[in-house]
Design a protein around this ligand. Structure first.
Ligand SMILES: [Cu+2]
Length: 63
């Protein structure tokens, strides 16, 4: 998200099968998010991909 007072969330991904990476990320509020995925490949290049996550709906358990 990109608005005043919003802090980014960070997470690492681990390789779970050849070429398959998984990680957990907490989306702390509903709204339009985007993921910035950064990967360093074997030849040293750093690749970056931005993935839009529009209209995220967050539900919380009431306590
Ligand atoms: Cu926000």
């Amino acid at each position: 998200m990109n608005h005043a007072g919003m802090v980014p969330e960070f997470a690492d991904a681990e390789e779970t099968a050849p070429g398959m990476y998984e990680g957990l990320l907490e989306l702390t509020m509903g709204g339009d998010w985007f993921l910035v995925v950064t990967a360093r490949v074997d030849d040293g290049r750093v690749l970056e991909e931005i993935i839009e996550l529009p209209r995220v709906n967050v539900t919380r358990e009431e306590g």
